[in-house]
Write a protein that binds this ligand. Structure first.
Ligand SMILES: Cc1cc2nc3c(=O)[nH]c(=O)nc-3n(C[C@H](O)[C@H](O)[C@H](O)COP(=O)(O)O)c2cc1C
Length: 303
């Protein structure tokens, strides 16, 4: 019997649960198209702000063995400049989730409305970038989070996904705040706050000092976050953080994720990682007598 790999997030039909995570392949629609051609069901764009941002000076990305540490500072041309890229992606029939960031509820709502007007299928609110002042604070303060989510919900017709930070004492509480304020889905997690020091230069390697850790090092943290969010809210979840192979993907589904973001794995491997994960998941589903991806979602909660 054919394995059904399809899934769904807040009404968005996905041919597989795999998405390209935000910020991973830059800002060019052709790069994002390559992820789709490689097996991603949808792309999440780099986070876009209302005004252009230069980001931090180099170094902004360092490989540290167990993961990647980055503090890019959300460099982007501003959402208006990015509209042609959204339109090109929509022109090839892509499902496009536009990530937005800002420093106030009004910033988020205005950027998101422009993206929606350009054809975005959903908006992902990045309230969780650990090294950008303003954005990080929103994701750590329940009141500020509730205000941003409520303003976005009021401004939008398309589904609203809220990307949560692991850098909080209680992610379940933040998920409940997002749900009560009108979020349609949760994305978990953004990067974990971290640091690396150059012992010869006697200073932090990243120009911003502190950055966000991603890749294999954060997988157990991300998995625990998805599990806790699943228990706390009824919303669909995009699980991401350290997924590099099909077994990781199955773990996240069993923890309660409905879809999966692939990020740093593309740095470690290449875009073939999408097909490898899909192939392995398909074999696992078949060999263990499940019908499809949907049968795996949340299974670990029944144990
Ligand atoms: C270089 C780099 C840039 C990123 N930029 C963004 C971004 O603009 N917005 C966002 O929400 N997350 C951003 N992220 C976080 C990823 O989308 C993802 O949540 C995180 O890396 C964990 O997943 P991973 O371990 O599969 O990479 C970025 C991550 C990396 C490594």
């Amino acid at each position: 019997m054919a394995v059904d790999l399809s899934s769904e997030i807040a009404g968005l039909k996905l041919r597989s649960p795999l998405l390209l995570s935000s910020g991973i392949l830059g800002l060019d629609w052709r790069l994002m198209k390559r992820a789709l051609d490689s097996g991603a069901a949808a792309v999440v764009t780099k986070s876009l702000t209302l005004a252009p941002r230069r980001g931090f000076p180099n170094p902004t990305l360092v490989e540290i063995g167990c993961g990647l540490l980055n503090a890019m500072g959300i460099p982007n041309p501003g959402v208006r400049e990015f509209i042609p890229e959204i339109e090109r992606l929509k022109g090839i029939g892509a499902t496009v989730i536009v990530s937005v960031a800002g420093e106030s509820p009004g910033d988020y709502a205005e950027a998101a409305k422009l993206a929606e007007g350009a054809g975005a299928d959903a908006i992902e609110a990045n309230v969780s970038c650990p090294h950008v002042g303003g954005v990080a604070e929103i994701g750590q303060d329940p009141e500020a989070l509730g205000e941003v989510v409520a303003e976005l919900r009021d401004a939008l017709r398309v589904p609203l996904i809220v990307k949560l930070s692991p850098n909080v004492a209680d992610i379940a509480k933040m998920a409940r705040v997002a749900e009560e304020a009108g979020a349609d889905a949760i994305s978990a997690i953004n990067t974990v706050k971290g640091m690396a020091i150059d012992i010869y230069a006697r200073r932090p390697i990243l120009s911003a000092g502190v950055g966000g850790l991603s890749g294999p090092a954060i997988k157990p943290i991300a998995l625990r976050c998805v599990y806790e969010v699943r228990r706390a809210v009824g919303l669909p979840i995009i699980g991401c953080g350290g997924i590099v192979d099909w077994a990781d993907a199955v773990e996240f589904l069993m923890a309660g994720a409905n879809a999966l973001g692939i990020g740093s794995a593309i740095y470690y491997r290449d875009l073939s990682v999408f097909r490898e994960i899909l192939g392995g998941m398909e074999r696992f589903i078949e060999e263990n007598g499940y019908g499809g991806v949907r049968d795996l979602i949340g299974l670990a909660h029944r144990a």
